[in-house]
Design a protein around this ligand. Structure first.
Ligand SMILES: [Zn+2]
Length: 242
């Protein structure tokens, strides 16, 4: 039987989801939403760790984030391509997990897997809803696709920010599950994302603190959508101007 997810995070490598939207995923789960993660590759090209170790780490992190399901699409690390084969593989998983909202990479990024995944996920979400698309499963098109913007430095305003002040420590806990990747002293934080030599945990904190400041809270995770976000009324608008 297929799973009807509220939110599915689709990212190139195990630990990407935790880095860019771990707090928001946990918050959704805490609010009773059914959440999942689909890692496109096993991260087998990483300098540190092995696919087996990273699989175990990903499952441990899934527990911290309260994910209903975590799957791996088995695409090649550092060689993700937007092809008929990869689109078909994703369509079949989307038709099985049937998410309402899909979260994926920003459209820009220095890792080519991230950029290509953003387009691949967009295409697969549309195709999954076409009755005639030749892939297993009943047609299903996610209602929304949003791009996670944490750590991006493009001059693009996030469409919205999720307040993760109450989830920040658990987000770091989920990241700490990836012991093979984030070995303090072995990994330079600049390797994970540019921006100075402070310890990785501090780097993540300052980035999330910046995104949080945009909505006047301690920590936040930013997202971008093509479509405009609806607000209920002028009188209920939040986030102080001054
Ligand atoms: Zn990645």
């Amino acid at each position: 039987m297929s799973i009807e997810l509220d939110v599915l995070a689709i990212f190139a490598h195990p630990d990407d989801a935790e880095l860019v939207c771990g707090g928001a995923l946990l918050k959704s789960a805490q609010m009773g939403e059914r959440t999942g993660a689909l890692d496109l590759t096993r991260g087998e090209r990483a300098t540190l760790g092995s696919p087996e170790i990273r699989e175990k780490e990903a499952q441990n992190a899934a527990e911290v984030l309260g994910l209903t399901v975590r799957r791996n699409a088995g695409l090649p690390d550092s060689a993700i391509e937007n092809t008929v084969e990869s689109r078909t593989a994703l369509v079949e998983i989307l038709r099985d997990l049937r998410p309402r909202v899909v979260v994926t990479h920003a459209r820009e990024g220095r890792h080519r897997d991230h950029r290509i995944a953003a387009q691949l996920v967009y295409d697969a979400c549309f195709l999954a809803g076409l009755e005639g698309f030749p892939a297993a499963g009943e047609a299903h098109r996610p209602e929304k696709l949003v791009h996670a913007m944490t750590f991006r430095e493009d001059v693009v305003k996030p469409t919205f920010v999720i307040d993760i002040s109450d989830q920040m420590e658990a987000k770091l806990e989920a990241l700490a599950c990836y012991e093979s990747q984030f070995v303090e002293g072995l990994v330079q934080s600049g390797e994970v994302f540019p921006g100075g030599s402070r310890p990785l945990v501090d780097q993540i904190r300052v980035k999330c603190a910046h995104h949080g400041s945009l909505i006047r809270v301690a920590y936040g995770e930013p997202f971008w959508t093509r479509e405009t976000v609806e607000m209920e009324s002028l009188g209920r608008l939040e986030v102080a101007t001054f």
